[in-house]
Ligand binder design. Sequence first.
Ligand SMILES: [Zn+2]
Length: 119
Amino acid sequence: MPIYEYQATVPSKGCSVCCKGFECIQGIDEDPLAHCPSCGRPIKRIISRCHAAVIDPSPEHSKTEQRIAEYEKAGLYSHAAELADTYSHKTKDKLLKERALENYKKAGYNFDSDTSDES
Ligand SMILES: [Zn+2]
């Protein structure tokens, strides 16, 4: 589950919870929160700092990761691998590339480094 960070749209008017910002774990399909659960003032979603520093936090990326995770859960490793592979090429995401290889292996593909002994 991704962690989202929210903050009051006008931090000076927020309560102790939303003036500094708070984190909220939400499913990818859940609608973003529009109001502070504590004081009810309008809040906006800001990108979680730790995620933003490492990977592209675009909605497309999150959706792709979500789909890969769903394929993995369903045991459709070849699907997961292909999606991760394709997307890692597009985004130059090393982690995704590793994930693709993992899933290829789980799907039964053989990625041994020495492929030349196939005589
Ligand atoms: Zn508040």
